[in-house]
Design a protein around this ligand. Structure first.
Ligand code: ZN
Ligand code: ZN
Ligand code: ZN
Length: 283
């Protein structure tokens, strides 16, 4: 799989922070969220994607989900990746969840640029209004016709993947999906743990309830790092994984390179492993 560019992801995060600064310090439903959608949409369009905005009538401010599908591979077998693009109103939401949003954006742009032979369709979603009750993703799943729902073979969720006092957590809902991420992390000498902090707390919840196999990555939110975890991963025991979680200080200063780089490359690995033709996996 190709490298997912850390430099490009950081450039996206700088833009999201600027958007927050121009919209009262946040990217919550309203101006900051809408400008975030426009930024991601314009990058996708420039790379050759067709994008769709879905108005979520159950979301704060009727905000919109943004969907983009790479038009190669079997349309009846969809690998879907998603990240919530809204922040809380307290701050700019750069780790929560600029990190997941920028990483799947750069993965989409890398797919378009390298244009490998595909086995599955890859569909990307940037969700509205996660922060007031997982609403955008729930609206999407509830409005999927059952024939469309059954085409989605896997949903991968990325919410907070650059925490300052990071851990390496892999959603453990489906063992075979967790194994794909674990294989990547093992190859770079990192031991992961199953994610428990995020259970039912992000956009994979509606997919899981609908019977769609889910997976994902996280580096920790308000939970406290144990001393065993600090021994394994470094960082500070007895401190939260992200001490700026849902606060004004969740800025570009709150997101170190190391977890962002490793998690974004893990996303690239999983997409290539699950959806790119075997003869082209090393492109
Ligand atoms: Zn990279
Ligand atoms: Zn989040
Ligand atoms: Zn949050």
């Amino acid at each position: 799989p190709p490298d997912i560019s850390l430099a490009n992801i950081k450039a996206h995060l700088n833009q999201l922070q600027t958007i927050a600064q121009q919209n009262g310090g946040n990217r919550a439903a309203g101006g900051g969220y809408n400008a975030s959608v426009s930024y991601v949409e314009q990058k996708l369009k420039a790379a050759g994607f067709t994008t769709t905005r879905q108005t979520c009538t159950s979301c704060a401010g009727q905000s919109q989900n943004l969907i983009a599908e790479w038009p190669k591979g079997d349309a009846n077998q969809v690998l879907m990746l998603g990240a919530h693009l809204d922040s809380v109103s307290a701050g700019p939401g750069i780790n929560d969840n600029g990190s997941g949003s920028a990483s799947i954006l750069e993965t989409a742009l890398t797919l378009a640029k390298t244009n490998p032979e595909m086995t599955k369709r890859v569909r990307f979603a940037w969700w509205a209004d996660e922060e007031s009750g997982l609403r955008g993703s729930r609206f999407y799943v509830n409005n999927l016709p059952s024939a469309e729902r059954s085409k989605i073979k896997t949903y991968l969720n990325f919410d907070m993947i650059g925490s300052k006092n990071w851990g390496y957590f892999v959603y453990d809902d489906v063992a075979s999906i967790k194994a794909v991420f674990d294989e990547y992390f093992a190859s770079i000498g990192i031991q992961t743990e199953g994610d428990t902090e995020g259970d039912g707390r992000s956009d994979h919840a509606s997919f899981k309830s609908a019977g769609i196999p889910v997976g994902g990555l996280a580096t920790g939110a308000g939970d406290i790092k144990s001393s065993a975890q600090a021994q394994k991963w470094g960082g500070s025991a007895g401190q939260p994984f992200d001490n700026c979680y849902h606060r004004a200080c969740d800025t570009t200063s709150n997101i170190p390179d190391t977890p962002l780089e490793k998690n974004s490359d893990a996303i690239g690995y999983a997409v290539w492993k699950l959806a790119v033709s075997a003869t082209q996996k090393n492109d």
